[in-house]
Design a protein around this ligand. Structure first.
Ligand code: DUT
Length: 243
């Protein structure tokens, strides 16, 4: 696997157009090293999703600069940039079609073996093969009904099929029990060890073992460090742990 991308945020501020110009991100400085797992935590509305949405240029920063592997992302071809990044959104989007077609989406060239590997990493393979039609099982109106957690696992598998250099999980494990989430993280560590992972989470347990955790509060980064470091140094983090 290619080494994951390095991401640098340098003095990044961002305001949504029309939102009275009020910045939702203020003076963000953050480096994510290739292959690093970076947890992002903070209360609702603190700016976590906005922060990650700037990386594939869903929006552009109002000021400051974001670099991927040292190059300002505004100077990169957007299609090539997005090709290196997979985002698993908060709300899973699956379409009517088979499970295999859904997992292929975004990478038509993937082989069946690669699809099964990705599904195994995302803890989805065993429930898929439990259906009489396996990967050919139809989803949607005339198909099977999946639980919220099963949908999230398919959504993660789909992102892994794309073999990204940068993987962004935006609060997409909320419907999974902690044991399943832990299994997914374990296999990511082994099979996607070169991939730079940004993991937005509500639960501390989701990010506790990340290489570093970023704590956001009202559009600002108020702490960066390991779980132990933040327990010592970051009041907001301690409050999140206690809530
Ligand atoms: N916001 C907008 N327009 C958008 C998205 C968000 O004005 O299209 C505002 C809402 C909020 C701020 O930006 O005041 C930050 O939102 P974001 O979704 O980035 O915060 P979060 O930390 O990801 O919240 P949550 O945990 O609820 O997803």
């Amino acid at each position: 696997h290619r080494p994951g991308g390095r991401i640098d945020f340098a003095n990044v501020s961002f305001a949504y157009e029309g939102a009275a110009g009020e910045p939702v991100l203020k003076q963000i400085n953050l480096t994510c090293l290739p292959g690093e797992t970076v947890g992002i935590i903070g209360s609702t509305g603190s700016g976590k999703s906005s922060l990650v949405s700037l990386v594939p240029r869903f929006y552009d920063a109002s000021s400051g600069e974001i670099r991927v592997d040292g190059v300002n992302i505004r100077q990169l071809d957007p299609a090539k940039l997005r090709d290196r990044i997979a985002i698993v959104p908060q709300n899973t989007i699956l379409f009517s079609g088979t499970i295999e077609e859904n997992l292929h989406w975004g990478n038509e060239h993937a082989t069946r073996e690669e699809i099964e590997q990705a599904a195994t990493m995302a803890q989805a393979h065993s429930f898929i093969v439990g259906f009489p039609e396996g990967y050919g099982t139809r989803l949607g109106q005339k198909g099977v009904n999946l639980s919220g957690g099963q949908k999230q696992r398919l959504s993660i598998a789909r992102a892994l099929v794309r073999k990204p250099d940068i993987l962004i999980l935006d609060d997409c494990t909320s419907a999974l029990d902690t044991a399943t989430e832990t299994e997914i993280k374990k296999s990511l560590k082994v099979f996607a060890s070169g991939v730079t992972c940004l993991i937005i989470a509500q639960r501390i347990t989701s990010v506790m073992d990340a290489d570093k955790i970023v704590v956001m509060d009202d559009g600002e980064i108020v702490g960066i460090g390991t779980h132990e470091m933040l327990l010592e140094s970051c009041k907001v983090y301690v409050e999140i742990c206690q809530s």
